[in-house]
Design a protein around this ligand. Structure first.
Ligand code: SF4
Length: 406
């Protein structure tokens, strides 16, 4: 049962946002928790089961469960789920926000292009993402403010509409996102529905390879359970995550985004750790099929080639990026305007920003000295504060709570 908002809470949240008061956020989260528990005895019951099972696990000092989706992190933080966990269960955010891991080099190149008369079309969150400021301008938002050609669009279809309405202008669409957004670009390209004056900078990243990379290459981030992303899984299918329990013995649950979905996923993971029957579970069966969306996957395969790609704050991850196949080169901004995919480095780290540790689950937003000082949702400095899926932005807007007894 979804948790409802009442008018008072919404007004409270609005005031909190206006005042940028963390303490007010905390009260709002507590109010939400009360709603969750007073109205949903099942949630309370699941928490008691989690508590009981976690008590029996002495193999790990702390059971670390990582979410790989910004929306799961939002649910966990918004509803204060982290504060309900027993002492030995830690919920950690992983690299589940596409804006957070999009290399700065893309932003810098697009800023330059926008001053050369090529119109950049971008989603609203990528609009505020900071590059390294190689031209003295840090974001597409700043570029537009001083005369760069930049516009915000809601989707690739919106970009097509804009380009068709202005045939004398040349456009580049900043294609960021995971497997969820790629089919929306692939389908019009296959149908030859993209006008000649619209090209794409494909900065897409693939999610299973980053999970594999984290498990294999970041040993100090010990993960004991994984909440696999629900949106991405609706495209790639739950079976895409089977390698995690099979190859690495880590319980993995594909989960939905209601608080109950997340609580159930945590319970299943801890149950598996307790009983030793490690396997993949699809909790989100109302949306995710084992095979995913076959038509969308076919369209992606027809349009994109898989390549090694740099993730911001992480570095080069094998087979984790997607570039346009050669037959679509006339719509590839890399071919048409000579833009480059970064191949080395860690995608641009900003001085003082801890995002590289946050996307790997090594640090929390509150560990960053800039959190809610130099870096706020209103004036984001680091990439994790930009998007509503960014861990720092989520923590800033929805507060972080210590444990609460329920
Ligand atoms: Fe980076 Fe800002 Fe988060 Fe600090 S608070 S880690 S600067 S995004």
């Amino acid at each position: 049962m979804p948790v409802e908002f009442h008018l008072g809470e919404l007004i409270y949240l609005y005031i909190a946002f206006q005042c940028q008061e963390m303490t007010v956020h905390r009260d709002v989260v507590i109010a939400r928790l009360k709603l969750l528990y007073e109205r949903n005895p099942l949630a309370r019951r699941i928490c008691l089961v989690i508590k009981d099972l976690a008590r029996r696990i002495d193999k790990f000092k702390v059971i670390k469960i990582m979410d790989f989706c910004g929306t799961h992190e939002w649910t966990i933080t918004h509803y204060g789920i982290r504060s309900l966990m027993p002492d030995n269960v830690e919920l950690v955010a992983g690299p589940g926000c596409p804006i957070c891991i999009t290399p700065a080099e893309y932003v810098d190149q697009l800023i330059k292009l926008s001053f050369e008369g090529i119109h950049v079309l971008t989603y609203g969150d990528a609009y505020r993402l900071r590059g390294m400021g190689v031209s003295g301008v840090y974001s597409l938002e700043e570029a537009r403010a001083i005369g760069g050609k930049v516009s915000v669009v809601y989707s690739f279809l919106d970009a097509i509409r804009v380009a068709k309405e202005n045939p004398s202008e040349n456009y580049v669409f900043f294609g960021v996102g995971f497997e969820t957004t790629m089919p929306s670009v692939a389908s019009p390209l296959i149908r030859n529905a993209v006008p000649k004056n619209l090209t794409i900078l494909p900065a897409y990243r693939l999610t299973p390879p980053i999970v594999k990379y984290l498990i294999e290459n970041v040993p100090d981030v010990e993960i004991h359970g994984i909440i696999a992303p629900g949106h991405v899984s609706s495209v790639i299918g739950s079976l895409a995550w089977k390698f995690i329990p099979d190859d690495y013995g880590i319980p993995t649950v594909v989960a939905g985004f209601e608080p109950l979905d997340v609580l159930i996923a945590i319970m299943i993971i801890i149950q598996q750790l307790c009983r030793g029957n490690i396997k993949l579970v699809n909790e989100y069966i109302r949306v995710v099929k084992p095979e995913g969306n076959v038509a969308a996957k076919r369209a992606m395969m027809e349009v994109f080639d898989v390549v090694d790609a740099v993730w911001r704050g992480i570095g080069l991850v094998p087979n984790s990026g997607a570039v346009l196949k050669d037959k679509f080169r006339d719509h590839d901004a890399c071919h048409v305007y000579g833009l480059k995919h970064p191949r080395i480095g860690r995608g641009g780290e900003l001085i003082g920003c801890k995002c590289s540790e946050i996307v790997l689950g090594k640090a929390k937003p509150t560990d960053c000295p800039l959190f809610m000082k130099k870096c706020t949702p209103q004036r984001p400095y680091g990439p994790c504060m930009v998007s509503i899926e960014g861990t720092c932005r989520i923590w800033a807007e929805h507060g972080g709570l210590r444990r609460i007894e329920v």
